[in-house]
Design a protein around this ligand. Structure first.
Ligand code: GCB
Ligand code: CA
Length: 865
């Protein structure tokens, strides 16, 4: 009893003391920033013309998204005057930069400090004590994000944003302290060499910066999750030597995805009088794990299928300058979705990410940005090794991490195409990196991720890590949805045939979805939210069926910005389950229904609020459309405008109702019960009912917009959610096209609808990217009246000349139209015409080519009078 009391008191004393032994503060506010090179950086020219910025900061926040190719890659300068607080006598002062992309030089009072830091994603620390002066100190930091042959990434499907995009910490210690700058920023290394249900060993390696003389001790104190001391040891330190502290704990609370129990380890330097001189905290999680190539991943003896996502550090219009709050919110949304696995791709990320992986129980892998291609020269190899060491040392004490990944799709650019010297460095880099992982951290698996068939990698002998990952986009870049399971089985078998003991992770899979694109007839590469939903459903079925897929990560948690991407939204890779500004897409709810353990039901498409459709019949005042409901209960009842449509049973957490929708607001409600708990979701849908016959007197025609050449609806998000309907072949009494074919993308054996050209002069690329080629006419069987007719056109990547005439009801409205000659390449053009219909014949728009082919991307008709 009395012992417990002493411990409680002790811990109280420590907390008070803690303030006094190591000072850490962020210095993010009010930097002066200048983009570009500076002739005389240290001439006293002040900061006139400099911009005031706060960290995290990137100078590429907006230039990724504009219509111009490329983004600024060069120097950026940060400058600040800093008064260093006097905390201790003879204090040591450090600057820790959590991340700056990608070469960073530090100058204090005009003097260069240390070497340039190479690599944009790892933390590093400089000791600035010797260059400080009393009072104000000039801190200048130059960051450069230009391409550099000696630094990875050389190429990748993400943007290499420049800037100091993570926190800077000012760290002040006493002259005696735990080493701060050990290749990065951590020098206390915690492992748990033996863990079982009954006993765990903790091993702590540390190094002291201390005077030769004097007796200094290292005290390790382990606290449980209630902040109660459960163990304490004290070890002697001798000058210049690493200190190893080791102790055991019986009946440890184990860390696992279900119960991510964390202890806290406080490492202190004390003197004979037990005065605390320095203090460092680390999380400790007790778990043991292994990968079995046939049976899967085991943690604490329990087989656990690892399911989760990949994640980039990227946010809409913020580049990579993402706050800790956003990082933590991402992790919270993933927790809500129910994952137990996170691939931190394609580079080390903010400490906030791993903090939350530890707390939420996400098993994690972490990698360096050796992506697509090697920096194939000696310096490039050394830089890669160094980066990996920094990554491992800085992130070492996170129990969530189970594997270090040396690279991603490193054979993306066929090595042999760069010649022999490249191949040699390339192979050597893989081997050295794999060896570095084993040397730095034998407690975790080494890992590498590829995308080509296993045999391709083997010709170079680069499948040298403990486990392997594959990125495969069946049902997207290649193959159709119904081939996913078969293809995955073949791939896993090929990998295991070559290396029977290397566990297989499906490190990436997914497909793009633009929340503005919706379809009841989704097809591969149409970027509809619905296609993405079906794709993930097929993948999850297959992944859960194949035991040799030890783990899987969706590509990607959220959409991210890439300069060179030309998808539905140019510059955005939209394979996210959430948008780049973190709005949930339908597939997010599917995963939540499948993975999260709490009772859950949702209308998957509730984010799609403005809808339209053609009335079921000439006299009907409703149009019937499918609604998919997701949930983890047995069944669900759906109500539309208060009327029940009955109850349906979930199959693989999904079920679909055919719902009649009337013109105006429709309230959809779903109700389900699970273990006596009532679950509900609802959506309010604003519906535009289009008459089946445009001359209907019950339901008058007002306006229609058609996404010509597409099976998809398109929502003009930045235009009051204005809705474009999918196209149809002409139906008498209604509307539609006559003649022509949907434009298809035939490259890379895709044969998909539409094309992936970034269209100039518009944000509504998907309207223009889909079109009818060789169209003869577009017809609307509308009543007499005056109409506003809009035609949307674009000539995308055409070679030959195309000239056409457009007529309405026989009258020329647009003659000798040569889009390319008159408007330039790849530009969206929209024109409005007034048309009067008097003879009951409706509207026929005729297209006739005098050279090449006719085309049409979108058409809109509005009755004016
Ligand atoms: C991959 C890459 C990833 C890309 C992704 C894609 O395999 O590893 O960086 O973003 O494919 O979307 O194509
Ligand atoms: Ca179109």
């Amino acid at each position: 009893m009395s012992k417990v009391l002493t411990f409680v008191l002790l811990s109280f004393v420590f907390v008070v003391n803690a303030q006094n032994v190591r000072h850490i503060e962020t210095i993010n506010d009010l930097w002066n920033f200048h983009k570009g090179t500076i002739e005389k950086p240290f001439s006293n020219n002040g900061t006139i013309g400099w911009e005031k910025v706060d960290l995290p900061h990137s100078w590429n926040k907006l230039d990724i998204l504009d219509d111009e190719d490329g983004y600024y890659r060069g120097d950026g300068w940060y400058k600040k005057s800093l008064n260093i607080p006097e905390i201790y006598k003879d204090q040591q002062v450090f600057l820790l930069l959590e991340g700056a992309n990608q070469v960073t030089s530090l100058y204090v009072n005009g003097k260069k400090v240390g070497k340039d830091h190479i690599g944009g994603y790892t933390a590093f620390t400089h000791d600035i004590t010797s260059v400080l002066q009393p009072g104000a100190n000039d801190i200048m930091i130059k960051v450069n994000n230009a391409h550099n042959d000696e630094i990875v990434p050389q190429a990748a499907d993400f943007s290499f944003y420049g800037g100091i995009y993570r926190d800077i910490q000012l760290i002040i210690t006493k002259p005696i302290h735990f080493e701060v700058a050990n290749l990065g920023a951590n020098a206390v290394f915690v492992t748990t060499p033996k863990v079982s249900k009954t006993l765990a060993t903790v091993n702590v390696k540390s190094k002291l910066i201390r005077p030769k003389k004097g007796k200094y001790l290292v005290r390790q104190t382990l606290y449980d999750a209630k902040n109660t001391i459960v163990k304490q040891t004290v070890d002697k330190s001798s000058f210049g030597k690493e200190i190893i502290s080791e102790f055991t704990l019986s009946n440890p609370n184990l860390w696992s995805p279900e119960t991510p129990y964390l202890y806290k380890l406080v490492s202190e330097i004390i003197d004979k009088k037990e005065t605390v001189l320095d203090r460092v905290e680390n999380p400790v999680g007790f778990r043991w794990f292994h990968f079995d190539a046939n049976k899967g991943f085991f943690i604490n003896g329990k087989q656990t299928k690892l399911i989760g996502t990949n994640r980039h550090q990227d946010f809409y219009k913020k580049a990579n300058a993402v706050s800790d709050e956003i990082h933590r919110n991402d992790m919270k949304l993933l927790k809500e979705m129910g994952i137990n696995f996170l691939r931190i791709a394609h580079y080390p990320q903010d400490p906030a990410i791993l903090e939350m992986c530890n707390k939420y129980g996400f098993v994690a892998t972490l990698e360096i940005p050796f992506v697509d291609k090697a920096a194939a020269n000696e310096a490039g190899k050394q830089n890669s090794i160094n980066m990996l060491k920094e990554a491992i040392r800085f992130n070492y004490n996170n129990p969530a991490i189970v594997a270090w990944n040396l690279g991603n799709e490193t054979t993306m650019k066929a090595p042999e195409s760069f010649g022999e010297a490249y191949v040699k460095h390339f192979i050597d880099t893989h081997k050295s990196l794999a060896a570095t992982i084993k040397a730095e951290d034998p407690t975790r698996a080494s890992y590498s991720v590829f995308f080509r068939e296993p045999a391709y990698q083997d010709q170079f002998g680069i499948r040298v890590t403990d486990i392997v990952g594959y990125n495969k986009y069946y049902g997207w870049y290649l193959n159709e949805l119904d081939e996913i399971e078969g293809e995955l089985r073949k791939l896993v078998k090929a990998s295991l045939d070559l290396n029977p003991d290397k566990a297989f992770i499906l490190s990436e899979y997914g497909g793009g979805a633009d929340p503005r694109i919706r379809s009841y007839n989704p097809t591969r590469f149409d970027f509809s939210v619905e296609y993405q939903f079906f794709l993930h459903k097929e993948y999850m079925k297959a992944i859960l069926k194949i035991p040799e897929i030890v783990g899987a990560n969706v590509w990607n948690y959220a959409d991210f910005q890439v300069e060179h991407r030309k998808d539905a939204v140019p510059h955005i890779n939209n394979k996210g389950l959430l948008t780049a500004d973190r709005k949930k897409k339908d597939a997010y709810y599917l995963y939540k229904a499948l993975l999260n353990k709490k009772p859950f039901v949702a209308i998957a498409s509730k984010g799609w609020k403005n809808r339209a459709g053609i009335a079921d019949s000439e006299t009907a005042l409703v149009a019937t459309q499918p609604f998919t409901i997701v949930g983890n209960s047995k069944d669900v009842e759906l109500f539309v405008n208060g009327k029940s449509l009955g109850t349906k049973t979930f199959d693989f957490s999904t079920t679909t109702f055919e719902v009649p929708l009337k013109n105006g607001i429709n309230l959809i409600e779903v109700i389900s019960t699970q273990n006596g708990k009532i679950l509900k979701d609802f959506a309010s849908i604003e519906f535009t009912l289009q008459p089946k016959k445009l001359k209907s007197t019950e339901n008058l025609f007002k306006e229609i917009a058609i996404n010509v050449g597409s099976n998809c609806y398109f929502i003009e998000a930045d235009n009051m959610d204005y809705l474009w309907m999918p196209d149809q072949a002409y139906v008498a009494g209604s509307f539609g096209y006559v003649g022509g074919e949907f434009l298809r993308n035939l490259s890379k054996k895709k044969n998909t609808i539409g094309t992936d050209v970034s269209v100039k002069g518009t944000d509504n690329d998907p309207i223009y990217q889909t079109q009818l080629i060789g169209i003869d006419a577009y017809k609307f069987d509308v009543p007499n009246g005056t109409y506003e007719l809009s035609l949307l056109l674009a000539e995308l990547k055409t070679k030959e000349d195309n000239i056409m005439d457009v007529k309405v009801n026989g009258e020329n409205i647009w003659s000798n139209l040569n889009l390319k000659a008159q408007y330039g390449d790849d530009r969206g053009v929209a024109k409005r015409f007034l048309v009067t219909v008097e003879n009951d014949n409706g509207i026929t728009v005729d297209f006739k080519a005098s050279k090449g082919k006719t085309r049409l991307s979108g058409i809109k008709l509005r009755k004016v009078n």
